[in-house]
Write a protein that binds this ligand. Structure first.
Ligand SMILES: [Cu+2]
Length: 516
């Protein structure tokens, strides 16, 4: 009792002082925040290599590759070559490109075309050219089984069987893909079809239909590119769009389509606009969605594509950005990590110009997608990403050794055999410590669910690459049609290129049981 009453007295006595201290502490905190937040802001937006952009460079639009018509075939010429690029205007750096210094021209064809692509390898190392997302025969797929030696040539010929979509092409030599893509070997492959041509969508290439190959790079002070692994993969701190640093693009002030390719080696983007304007996603990797999907954010992991339509009829400038995944930047992270490290950075300034054209509405229906029923699948094939390694030769690439189903890539081993015509469910289970974009050749698939939850509208169309988060299970359904070959496999792999090069890849054959 005595002690209690003494305490009471003490508390009473000090109460006004405590409040005074509390007020002072609050005031102090307030002052610290006033000083600290602008510093944090400076560190995030200005101090980062990709911060403080002025968007002074006009966005480069990859030229459309011309072709020769030979007996109804469209014949294209591609040349993998060395070049020099000056991205930062402080000095040149050695790069690689197709038919030029960096990246490649856009190949544009119609569904049903017969295409011949003559590839010349003018590099002093081996390369291949893979048609990412496209349904082509295994011997035309440009995998490590179709190596083009230094100074050699290769002819790819195939009919265009895919529907209207934004595909791309890039090298696929085992163990060397990451470095060749990083140095500049990649290009877009756009397919049109009767449906896409009948739709009222922005479709003037480079005018209101803008291709965006988004990548990031590391540069030294003299402007030379630097290849350096961080957390087992290549993460740059400077964004390039179509090989343009600090870019802006001028477009008509109406609906504008952007075709986005995440051409980065390892980084995933969460696209959106700085004014948070909503936009319509109209396509996934392999084709148009059934109907436009209104959203404010779009996630693309390496290798994935999407087409979006942005309404710019208000005439206001906007910035294409990438946002942090959870949209919460911890203060400490804001100070100690640069913005691009936590996924928060600016990409492209979009400047609308007045136009006389009548504004158009987006069509409500874009595409018809015939969905397989899960019960029509003949089997579920399980792919476990990560875990311990049971099989596989030491791979040549620089990346970490991450297995699929306990195995590292071995070009002499066939991992899976699929029967021609079969509908299958593939279940991708990520037991690793990070997200992996899983890519399969030959087919386009439809995602069934993520951890049992039906897929999001943003992923409800045709896909060839899907990001699988840690501890997540993604199921997709597909059918293996048209092409069978008992000797030459297709690939499936992680599209973080250093993981792929490190052996996170497997091979599957499609065989025709009736041909045997
Ligand atoms: Cu991976």
């Amino acid at each position: 009792m005595k002690t209690g009453s003494t305490t009471m007295t003490t508390q009473d006595k000090h109460k006004p002082t405590s409040i005074k201290y509390a007020k002072r502490a609050l005031m102090g905190l307030f002052l610290v925040l006033i000083v600290f937040l602008p510093i944090a802001h400076y560190l995030i937006y200005v101090h980062t290599a990709n911060g403080g952009l002025t968007f002074s460079n006009s966005l480069r639009i990859p030229e459309l590759l011309t072709f020769k018509d030979k007996g109804g075939q469209k014949v294209f010429e591609l040349k993998a070559q060395y070049g020099y690029s000056e991205f930062l205007k402080v000095g040149k750096t050695e790069t690689m490109g197709y038919n030029g210094n960096f990246l490649g021209p856009t190949i544009r064809v119609d569904k049903g075309d017969e295409v011949v692509i003559n590839v010349a390898n003018q590099l002093d190392e081996m390369t291949t050219v893979h048609w990412h997302g496209m349904h082509v025969p295994p011997d035309m797929d440009g995998t490590p089984h179709q190596m083009i030696p230094a100074g050699g040539t290769w002819q790819a010929r195939f009919p265009i069987l895919n529907e209207a979509s934004t595909m791309w092409y890039h090298p696929h030599p085992h163990g060397k893909t990451a470095q060749q893509v990083y140095r500049g070997l990649a290009g877009l492959f756009i397919i049109d079809d009767e449906n896409s041509k009948s739709l009222e969508l922005p479709s003037q290439y480079g005018i209101d239909d803008i291709p965006l190959v988004i990548q990031e790079r590391l540069f030294d002070k003299d402007g030379s590119q630097r290849y350096e692994l961080n957390r087992g993969a290549y993460y740059g701190d400077t964004i390039l769009v179509n090989g343009t640093h600090n870019p802006h693009v001028t477009v008509p002030a109406r609906n504008v389509r952007f075709r986005l390719l995440n051409g980065s080696n390892a980084r995933a983007y969460h696209f959106g606009f700085n004014d948070d304007r909503p936009f319509y996603q109209i396509a996934t990797d392999g084709g148009l969605l059934e109907s436009p999907h209104l959203t404010k954010r779009l996630r693309l992991s390496p290798g994935e594509r999407a087409e979006i339509v942005v309404n710019l009829s208000d005439g206001k400038e906007t910035l294409l950005k990438s946002f942090p995944e959870d949209e919460v930047i911890l203060l400490a992270e804001a100070v100690f990590a640069d913005g691009i490290g936590n996924g928060h950075f600016e990409i492209l300034k979009i400047i609308p110009e007045p136009t006389n054209a009548e504004p158009t509405d987006l069509p409500h229906t874009l595409n018809k997608i015939e969905r397989w029923r899960p019960e029509d699948a003949v089997q579920t094939r399980r792919m476990v990403l990560g875990g311990s390694i049971r099989e596989g030769r030491p791979p040549p690439g620089p990346g970490p050794r991450i297995p699929i189903n306990g195995k590292l890539m071995d070009m002499g081993r066939v991992d899976e055999v699929v029967r021609l015509g079969d509908i299958e469910i593939w279940e991708i289970v990520n037991r690793g410590g990070q997200a992996h974009p899983f890519h399969i050749h030959d087919v386009q698939f439809l995602i069934l669910d993520r951890d049992g939850t039906p897929t999001d509208p943003s992923e409800s169309g045709w896909k060839d690459t899907v990001l699988v988060e840690t501890n997540e299970t993604v199921r997709f359904i597909t059918q293996f049609n048209t092409y069978a070959n008992p000797d030459i496999p297709y690939m499936y792999h992680c599209h973080i290129l250093e993981h792929e090069d490190g052996g996170m890849m497997g091979q599957f054959l499609v065989i025709d049981p009736e041909a045997e």
